[in-house]
Design a protein around this ligand. Structure first.
Ligand code: NAP
Length: 298
């Protein structure tokens, strides 16, 4: 039987609707508007698309956005000066520097310069640490947070399940493991991580009740790597050549969707799975940052 599709677009839509209501209450009852600064260094076409999507989403929710574009040859001094300005701007509750920056930019130093209370991407060590110890004063990184919400909204409780995460990046794989393993409602899974140094990859992935792929390799996960009935979440976004299309490419995930959906019980598509959730959770974190900075509860 074909797997049920986990519709990230629809779930992100529900989260967005709730946030629109919350933003309206903030305006009406507290006279505050959440604000997000999106910083882009250079002209990378994919980064430009992502930045514009975030600005557009802010407008949809009633969130103030401040898009700052620095030239591709901007130095660290210029960028750090901008971060300092945004750190001290009361209209700005969240700051995001679009990744990847050009090579002259020390991304770690930039992240460290953002005030933790405005680090809505959750890349700053303070927020990573808070997430790891389950301290909800910090933020949760948008993509893994989006995956947790996909599981919640599709009725998949990770408690007691074996979750296997493929990939160990700081922005997806590692925080994904940290969230799933928390002794908390909606988590409490047993977690295994598979990475490029794992020798028996398929043996481990076939044990997964929940399999999460975040590696950046087109259609890497094949049907024989998946346990029948597993829930499969595909974080990957890869461009593959498709001369028959208008753009000359199409987007595929890290999972062979067609083959794996014959084995899995539930599966996310690409596009339309994790992608829309990432941006919805960014908006969630921006609203949370605003409420914290204005000492507004719930
Ligand atoms: P990344 O920083 O390149 O990390 C990839 C991870 O995959 C690394 O830990 C790497 O292992 C592991 N890996 C690579 N090849 C492997 C293999 N053959 N077997 C096992 N593990 C392997 O990528 P990322 O930032 O985590 O992103 C992963 C994918 O998710 C990309 O396609 C990206 O575009 C997508 N993404 C999507 C969203 C979204 O909103 N949907 C957000 C972020 C990322 P090593 O550590 O051993 O090198």
């Amino acid at each position: 039987m074909a797997a049920e599709i986990i519709d990230g677009k629809a779930i992100a839509g529900k989260i967005t609707e709730e946030l629109i209501k919350k933003v309206a209450v903030l305006a009406r009852s507290y006279n505050v508007q959440p604000g997000l600064a999106v910083v882009l260094v250079g002209e990378d076409p994919a980064s430009k698309v992502y930045v514009n999507m975030k600005v557009k989403k802010c407008a949809e929710l009633g969130i103030y956005s401040d898009k700052r574009v620095l030239p591709a040859d901007a130095g660290m001094d210029e960028l750090l000066q901008l971060i300092d300005e945004l750190n001290n701007d009361p209209k700005i509750n969240g700051i995001l520097v679009q990744s990847p920056p050009p090579p002259q930019i020390d991304e770690e130093a930039v992240i460290a310069a953002i005030k933790p209370e405005k680090d809505v991407d959750c890349f700053h060590a303070v927020n990573v640490g808070r997430m790891l110890i389950g301290d909800d004063r910090g933020f949760v990184p948008c993509t893994p947070y989006g995956v947790m919400k996909l599981l919640e909204y599709s009725g998949v409780d990770p408690a007691g399940k074996h979750a296997v995460v493929i990939g160990r990046s700081n922005i997806v794989g590692k925080p994904m493991m940290a969230l799933l393993i928390q002794k908390a409602k909606g988590a409490n899974a047993t977690v295994t991580c598979v990475h490029s140094g794992t020798v028996n990859q398929s043996e481990l992935t076939r044990q997964a009740d929940i399999l999460i792929a975040a590696i950046g390799r087109p259609e890497f996960v094949q049907a024989d790597m998946v346990k029948p009935g597993a829930v499969v979440i595909d974080v990957g976004i890869n461009r593959v050549e498709a001369p028959e299309t208008k753009n000359g490419y199409r987007l595929v995930g890290d999972v062979d969707f067609k083959a794996v959906s014959k084995v899995a019980s539930k599966i996310t598509p690409v596009p339309g799975g994790v992608g829309p959730m990432t941006i919805a959770m960014l908006m969630h974190n921006t609203v949370k940052a605003c409420m914290q900075q204005h000492h507004i509860n719930n």
